[in-house]
Design a protein around this ligand. Structure first.
Ligand code: 5RP
Length: 219
């Protein structure tokens, strides 16, 4: 029987077919994205390089000899490939389990196409069982936590974790997210919030979902 990691790897392998030739592409963060980077290494002559969504991803890309560009160095990105913590039928996601949500959302915003790679356990009917990560400016953390409670959540500080941007993460439990776009906007309005892990206003364009029957393509 294939393991969850094998499903992640299969989805990562499938993403290679979606890459344009000789372009700079956006690359996400996490264990599924790491499988993708390892696949990318095998065909690295076919791309010009990558923009990374985290320091960890930049280091892994460089360790494979793949050129890494700053986002400012590119005018556009045809494709962004990344994993997700949860994804629903509209290809809206919760991301940020690895704490890279802000840079992931920025790179995704620039990309023309977002390809989500995931194992089948990530597909959900309704987002919110996975705690929603919210990146906050450190001095605002108590204020933001109180405001998140008013929205019905139970925020918990991610202990011992600092983001690549020098900020903190509140993981918000107990949100049954019936209206993802609305909640994404509401949380963004809280002063002190840098970014939240709902990717609903800009969902994925393609989902490659690895599972026991192979890799399913959902658009
Ligand atoms: C990191 C992310 C990841 O995409 C998400 O946490 C999924 O991770 P994994 O591929 O390890 O299951 O958003 O910030």
């Amino acid at each position: 029987m294939m393991t969850q990691n094998a499903y992640k790897q299969a989805a990562a392998q499938a993403a290679i077919a979606f890459l344009p030739e000789q372009a700079v592409i956006g690359v996400g963060t996490g264990s599924t994205a790491n499988y993708f980077i390892d696949e990318l290494a095998k065909i690295k002559g076919r791309i010009d390089g990558a923009v990374a969504s985290s320091v960890a991803t930049a280091e892994r890309l460089k360790s494979h000899g793949i050129p890494v560009y700053e986002l400012q160095q590119v005018d556009s990105l045809p494709v962004y490939v990344d994993g997700a913590d949860e994804i629903n039928g509209h290809l809206q996601m919760i991301k940020g389990g690895g704490g890279a949500l802000t840079r992931e959302k920025i790179v995704a915003a620039v990309a023309e196409q977002f390809i989500c790679i995931a194992d089948h356990s990530k597909r959900v009917r309704q987002l919110g069982e996975f705690p929603l990560p919210v990146e906050v400016i450190p001095m605002a953390r108590s204020h933001v936590a109180r405001e998140l409670v008013k929205l019905g959540g139970r925020p918990a500080l991610r202990e011992g974790f600092v983001t690549d941007n020098g900020n903190l993460i509140l993981d918000v439990w107990g949100l049954a997210i019936a209206e993802p776009i609305k909640l994404e906007s509401e949380i963004n309005q809280i002063v002190g919030v840098v970014c939240n892990g709902l990717f609903a206003r800009r969902p994925a364009d393609v989902l490659l979902l690895g599972g026991p029957d192979g890799v399913e393509t959902v658009r």
